[in-house]
Design a binder for this molecule. Sequence first.
Ligand SMILES: O=C(O)CCC(=O)C(=O)O
Ligand SMILES: [Fe+2]
Length: 692
Amino acid sequence: MAAPMEEQETSKKSRRKLLKKILRSQQTVLKRDGIETNNLCTKILCVINGGLDVGVSHDEISTIFSSHGDMEDIVMLPRKPYCFVCFAREHDAEVAMEKLNGTELPPTDHRGNPVTLYITYVSKVPQSLSPSNEFPPGLILIPDFVTEDYAGRLLSAIIWEDSANSAEQRSLKHRQVRHYGYEFKYGINDVDINDPLPNGIPPVCNDLLSDVKLKGIVNYIPDQLTVNKYEPGQGIPPHVDTPAAFEDGIMSLSLGSQVLMDFRHPDGRHLTVLLPPRSLMIMTGESRYLWSHGITPRKSDIVRMESGNLNVVKRDVRISFTFRKIIPPQERLSRILPTFNDKTSESDRDLDQEVTDLEKLEKEHVHQVYEEIADHFSGTRHTPWPRIVDFLNSQPPGALMADIGCGNGKYLGVNPSMYQIGSDRSSNLATICRDRQFQVFVGDVMTIPLKTSSMDVSICIAVIHHLSNQERRLKAIEELVRILRPGGKCLIYVWAMEQEVNKVKSKYLKEKKFEKSDSGSISSTVDCTINKNSVNVSMDGNIVKSDCMGDTDCSLISANGSETWTENDPKCNGDSEINVVRKGPSYSGGIDSSLSDTSTCKEDDCSKEMSCIKLAVHKNRTEFRQQDLLVPWERKSKSDSDKNNTSKCVFHRYYHVFMKGELEALCGKVRGCKVIGGYYDQGNWAVILEKL
Ligand SMILES: O=C(O)CCC(=O)C(=O)O
Ligand SMILES: [Fe+2]
């Protein structure tokens, strides 16, 4: 009889081990979420590893637990590894605990690995599931907005057809919906203004809508109504109603059951608002644009009673009327352009006004160069970069996107489901974009003429490295963030100082194989006081290469036409200083002195005026040895009249190439945003920012 005793001992030991494990899990997981466990038996079980975050479903928990007693509810929370199972009686909870603690669930389609359930008693479901004392800013809730009688008339105006699936009525996974005025299309998160429904908003709603307007709750009459019908246990996933599609002030009238609506801030804050029957909720401002709203699919809500005690209240059928006013698509983009009074964007500043020497440097070595090389530059920019394409394609349909410094618009057509607007400092590039049917204006990244908080997404590819000091680069990032709505995202690319990472050379360096000479990184210096920005150098070659720097496409073109271009010709960019060094006063007051190449700067001048700027002319396809430099862009042109006489124009574009971590550090100085991603991509540093 010794063996069974031993077996009992071993099973007790393993049970003790299991309990220790439970305790450890309780401490780490539950404490963090403010969940108080109970040593004594209660009616509510917290099931660790029985939550949505580990891939366990409501149905699985229901099947396992329902056979052990009379279950009242299962509370599953989004992104949580645990769930709560509420029994009608303590005894049932005790039995379930005894039988199921330590149960292993096998892998499923949603869950690659088996999971072990650890169960503990809790006396209450945590506060975050019960109504918060606070509302998200901008949320208005008016209780008893309609009478019982009027509510009844509203409800009887809605005819639900059995298992209908048409533009007017759809059975969604979690609820049924009916649309009036226009169908809200869930695939595109928008309405089609050209495809109105036969039925407008039912006339019985007119009293309510004029009351709302009279009281100044919103200053328009809505033209779209979505009626949602939720059975107990159903809900709506967290979302923000498409910002570009509807006016501010979205109204939802709750009829039937009460419900807890979840509001979530992008920074993780979570508030729950109890919507009582016959109440009108209006989402304006932050609560409409920044916080997501949703209803967790549950069969009950925790409701604070008048006594202040919390109570579990079962849900019944709830029908909500959501009224919205559509912004016509043709107005959506113009909405984001500022009016003359919109001081925040400084739109009235003259773009060509010369304020500092640095602006002069950028004017001559960035703006004027792009203006002159626009056509050829555009001819070398055709292939969108895959990671930028991925970023654009990951944006939801209907998002408003601004491409600041859009060049020839190669990213403007990537994701046609977005509303897109581009801007470039070069009017010739803007014209090229417009010829390609893109909506583009001429604008400067440091004073973007778009309204504050108007965009869902912004990108700024290969632009900020053309700004000549840190303050100006910072200002540009601030502008990119300013135009975003809270929660909006911005992707920035700049050229990297590091052109070889993990022993892999960037495309820019690799293109060196096409060249005959590669010694030295600086071919010359240019005293940046140039009034014209091109130099004619006679030459005779006729095979040319397109611009192939970190921000370009690296395609080879052969030049048989009358005008050909090359970026770097060995004949002209050897070690000797063959580029013309022009004379005149130096630029002052810029180029971060710590980063400039002092060997190109006269000592006494530097100490007087912050710095003079004698910038090194970079030799293309070589590593960077300094951060501030001029990169040559060369154009060969053959006149038709004299085929043998080919001349070359050399343009110098100013660049500040970024060192590893520099872009992130700069973004870190910008208030109201956080860096949510960063990477190295083909000789460029990239960051993704999110506006807070
Ligand atoms: O049911 C509700 O109150 C909200 C519905 C909703 O958010 C929507 O349809 O977008
Ligand atoms: Fe909504």
